[in-house]
Write a protein of this length. Structure first.
Length: 192
């Protein structure tokens, strides 16, 4: 075991996720969307929470959430229009994850590829939890943009509400829709 050049190159690739932006938000007029890394960070937290309530393997969900968009460090995040012509770019993402992670030890690389595939195929409770977390992050972001005056994001929330499958995700989206002032609700003090 040792830190090799391949690991350093992989770490550089992770840094790229901070520079690549979530392009789907631009179609709604958002000029400075968040990065893929920001999205993945929130997805990992959501996956942990949902996994807890759904009785899923929390560690596996966190890993899967962290790996789910690694390929976008190389291929970027296409918007809905792009995806109409290029599909979800699953093969391109798969190749990007395989190529990027191949710089690491085989066991680490294999785990990334396997968890990415499992999530995409929704073949486990953990995969469904992470997919719900992925969609919920988009709904949370949509709620913020709605409150900031951007139009068109209500349909994002409705779309997520129809798509999520776990009871916990359904409850989160229901509560999110009921919440006024989501952008600043964390500032509210607890009254006793």
């Amino acid at each position: 075991m040792g830190v090799e050049n391949g690991m350093i190159k992989f770490l550089s690739e992770l840094q790229m996720m901070k520079r690549k932006k979530r392009e789907g938000l631009r179609t709604e007029g958002v000029e400075r969307p968040g990065s893929i890394a920001e999205h993945s960070f929130i997805v990992a937290h959501l996956a942990r929470i949902i996994a807890y309530y759904e009785g899923a393997d929390i560690d596996k969900c966190i890993k899967m959430a962290l790996f789910h968009d690694l390929g976008e460090a190389r291929i970027g995040d296409g918007d809905k229009i792009n995806k109409n012509y290029c599909g979800r770019q699953l093969e391109a993402q798969m190749k990007a994850i395989e190529d990027g992670s191949s710089r690491l030890e085989e066991e680490l690389s294999r785990e990334m590829v396997e968890l990415f595939n499992e999530k995409e195929e929704r073949r486990s409770l953990e995969a469904r939890v992470v997919q719900d977390a992925d969609w919920l992050e988009a709904a949370l972001q949509a709620k913020i943009y709605l409150e900031r005056g951007y139009k068109g994001f209500q349909r994002w929330i409705v779309s997520v509400e129809k798509a999520v499958t776990t009871d916990t995700a359904k409850e989160i989206i229901r509560k999110l829709k009921e919440t006024e002032g989501f952008v600043s609700c964390y500032l509210e003090e607890k009254k006793e």
